[in-house]
Design a protein around this ligand. Structure first.
Ligand SMILES: O=C(O)CCC(=O)C(=O)O
Length: 267
């Protein structure tokens, strides 16, 4: 049997306090993930759940994301043209409509605002929206992933190069859950990034399991209220909920570390 060599730094940290060091290590690619238990309080999760029905939800583009994932708020890569640009005519009206619907829903406390403020105080400077031609993009989708998510990576520098006014050196995924299934729904992050040869193992927006065979990984099963931050250039996936009628609902956005040391957010 070949010896399994492990990277001792690629671990999942559990921490009540999120720090700038966590964010820096995730951006540098050494740390696998940081989970912050009870990032949102029980009442904040419950009041968000009570208001969710007021938000207009839609599926991702089924041609790109065949597993049903319900979401509120536009995700930039659903508005990607075949050459990696933004379909601005479709994106901006959707972004404005989502902003208006979010403010009409008036969810208080606002889980996105609370999350951005905590991330900003960990980093020591406010998180600002990423911009395109000076115009802030939408940040803060709500996603219901009950049937899992394929093994995939998210790296805007690769998917939509030079889209933002800001230049990104790292991209992190932030999720905070307001509902979690009793069984299933774990998130796995592999110590493995995309390579050109992986294109031979594409599976819709994701990649076949062989892509990550024998790669070191961490698997996390967050509870409602917990937040999870990881470097989204690492392959990651979500196990389907086990059992009927269980819901897995998170507020989520990406964080980008820029060449000027700023944290930007988008969805
Ligand atoms: O829901 C999760 O655990 C991760 C979702 C995901 O794929 C992402 O945030 O990029």
């Amino acid at each position: 049997m070949p010896r399994v060599l492990r990277d001792p730094l690629f671990t999942a940290a559990d921490s009540l306090v999120l720090t700038d060091r966590h964010i820096a290590n995730l951006a540098a690619g050494t740390l696998a993930a940081v989970r912050v238990p009870a990032f949102l309080s029980g009442p904040t999760c419950e009041s968000a759940m009570a208001e969710l029905d007021r938000l207009p939800t839609t599926d991702y583009d089924p041609a790109r994301v065949p597993t049903p994932i319900l979401r509120f708020g536009p995700a930039l890569n659903d508005y990607r043209t075949p050459d990696g640009a933004l379909d601005a005519d479709r994106y901006w009206p959707a972004a404005e409509a989502a902003r208006a619907a979010w403010s009409r829903a008036g969810i208080r406390p606002d889980p996105i605002a609370v999350s951005l403020a905590r991330l900003g105080s960990a980093w020591g400077a406010a998180v600002v929206p990423a911009t395109i031609g000076g115009r802030p993009v939408f940040g803060g989708t709500l996603r219901e992933i009950n049937n899992g998510a394929l093994i995939h990576y998210d790296d805007l520098n690769r998917e939509m190069p030079a889209l933002f006014d800001q230049q990104l050196v790292a991209q992190l995924a932030f999720n905070v859950w307001v509902r979690i299934p009793g069984n299933g729904g774990e998130t796995t992050v592999w110590r493995r990034r995309w390579e050109p040869a992986d294109e031979d193992h594409r599976d819709a927006y994701g990649f076949q399991p062989a892509t990550v065979t024998r790669c070191q990984h961490v698997t996390l099963a967050p509870q409602a209220g917990d937040a999870l931050l990881f470097n989204s250039a690492n392959f990651h996936a979500v196990r389907p909920n086990q059992g009927h009628g269980q819901r897995r609902i998170a507020f989520s956005f990406f964080l980008g570390l820029t060449t000027t040391g700023q944290l930007t957010a988008w969805s």
